[in-house]
Design a protein around this ligand. Sequence first.
Ligand code: NDP
Length: 453
Amino acid sequence: MAVQKRKPNKQQDKATASKAVRTKPTELNPKTTHYEFGGPIGAVAMVIFLPILVLFFATCCDETGYPSQAFKDDWKSALLSKLNKDFLISLFDPMAFAIYVAFVGILALLYLVLPGDNIPGTVIRDGSRFKYRMNGFASFHTLLFGALYFLKDTGLKPLEYVYDHYIGLAFASIIFSYLVSIAVYAASFKPGKLLALGGNTGNPIYDFMIGRELNPRIDSFDIKFFTELRPGLIGWLILNYCLAAKQYIDLGYITNTMVLVQFFQSWYVIDSLWNEEAVLTTMDITTDGFGFMLAFGLYTWVPFTYTLQARYLVDFPRSISWIEFGAIIAFNFLGYFIFRGANSQKNEFRTYPNSPESKKLKYLQTKVGSRLITSGWWGMSRHINYLGDWMMSLSWSLPCGFASPIPYFYPVYFGILLLHRERRDDHKCRTKYGEDWEKYCKIVKYRIIPGVY
Ligand code: NDP
């Protein structure tokens, strides 16, 4: 807060800022010496190929197949036909772009005007502690009921726009992600900024990708916190609902598989919005800078790849037996029980260490001050929350059956992400806690799956 919120006169501001830069550059913002994600080469690959992958799903999966029949017949020609100027120009859909920007704008406005508890985040390393307004749940419902009010006169027809202009919307979100990432990267060079410990290598493409500034803010508007749950998670559900409406318009009913996908994913998102506070202790907020990885991940990747299952079921509607239906529900809720139980337990323990629930837990007191839980969910494995999360991701794809691998993209990618994320977190904690982390790993032996891994 000290850095962003102070508002003395301009001359004084300049003096203080340059003093901050002159006196404490390496102490507060040390140079990052460790690369992740394959370093600069990995960063270039992510910045170029991840948007192409999103466009691949949007353009090479259609009602002829996932991937499309044209792709199956001759994948080289199908891809080459897209590597030309005309195709790239056709991707830009001005109306879709305007709708996408309006959507993010409405979410930003709701974030600013709707009431919500102002909850303090963790103390960051310059000693400040930001407050975050918890109104994601209210924002989602305001948007939803606003849309329903509008639709009472028109019926579901306008929602078909999303299916019909899916490519244009995906491309709009990609442009938006690049613009936001460029803006926050440029702003991170202003004096007095607190940088992420992992985002200050000095290599521009790597820092741009991983995120340079820890908490980019426009006055009290926290860009990272806003982006974390709103455009990504709310955007995902809004797209999903539009796809369900499309199936209803096409068939006159909604298949039980679509019901499952909608129910699971709504549950996941609404639960995350309801427990918005829990995001304050995640790596994204406490450790990672805000750059292309988070911006693209939340403006594009989450809404446009996590909706693959719903989109598949519009193109290939299918129903399943009630036994399969029940089994998939049971598997999902087992995953949810693990995921939510573990995340809430850590959040409760860290935020309210003297609550009766927290007092029941065993812990290891580290020299740097934090306590690491060694019983309950966190005594079973060091990231049991990842296991529950992955089980849920698999249950979202099972309703699509096994005719195509593409609806399983999400659990496969997510599994890899979680394995990698666990290694990153392990490295972070090893660096932070040293010997204490070794001790903790001896008490809690498994990384993710108790007894197995
Ligand atoms: P965690 O919520 O697991 O947080 C890890 C941090 O918690 C560590 O860095 C450490 O921070 C602290 N910690 C570690 N062990 C203990 C312990 N035993 N007791 C107390 N604190 C401990 O990690 P993530 O932020 O990666 O994940 C949060 C949730 O988000 C997970 O459920 C994950 O599955 C989900 N997720 C979902 C994604 C998606 O795309 N759907 C993507 C990524 C994550 P400290 O320095 O404070 O000690």
